[in-house]
Design a binder for this molecule. Sequence first.
Ligand code: SAH
Length: 276
Amino acid sequence: MTSAQRPAPKFPLPLERIVGAGAKPAATRTAASGVLRPQALMQQAAADAARRVVPSGLGLDSVEVRRRLVQRLQSKGLRDAGVIGAMLAVPRDRFVDTALVNQAYEDTSLPIGHGQTISKPSVVARMLELLMQGAAARHDGSLGRVLEVGTGCGYQAAVLAQLARDVISVERVRALHDKARAHLLALREMRVRLVYGDGRIGHAPGAPYRSIIAAAGGDAMPQAWLDQLAVGGRLVAPVQIEGGRQQLVVVDRDEQGVRRSVHDAVHFVPLKMGID
Ligand code: SAH
């Protein structure tokens, strides 16, 4: 086979190709034809060098770091197999600034600019687990159509997409809306539709939603969210309860109406009015 016939490498390269594990040396292939081409020699040298490199950057070992984070979340009570799979699937390091990459797999919220933060993984997991326990989601194991209020950097939207038919995510800060678009495009995540606007009015064109989730907390639940919730659907949002404390509030809609329950104490950024 000549180099012209050899198929072009596909990007991103699979991990084995990057670290050279189990790869057949290029020179072996060329030796069969009795000719050692310079290009093959260079490939051989690169493969040898790659084999000697101990993978340490997040680009190479983020799957392992992610697995450890998810194990920590499991030890804190995460049970839902779908949510575990979704958290394992999304590289959180791709949603934070380079300077913060080393902290991407700690269970903490991190700044994403404009005074906002990427949500804490254990809180994302908890909210998704609550959504998966809604009547319709439990019935067929999918979040169906999701409305997310507060796209931020797009991380939670990408996790939601693993469990949903599609996700419509609304963000009021233009720069963050654009940032999330870039992050999701880089991962070729096509199930998320991003909307720039005030999420307090939900997004009527996409309604009704089987799942609604808010990543910012107000002192009351906007009526539009309740109106846009499907029968059998569930909504999870941080809401300020008495004394200014925030708690996760779950709303379920059935044929009879809506039912509300109050869960964990949380600390989310405020749900703001209008757009920036
Ligand atoms: N889910 C996000 C977390 C973002 S933090 C992530 O994974 O990164 C909450 C976001 O809600 C912020 O980006 C903030 O700008 C946004 N937000 C606050 N009020 C909003 C509103 N009324 N409509 C839409 N987005 C809002």
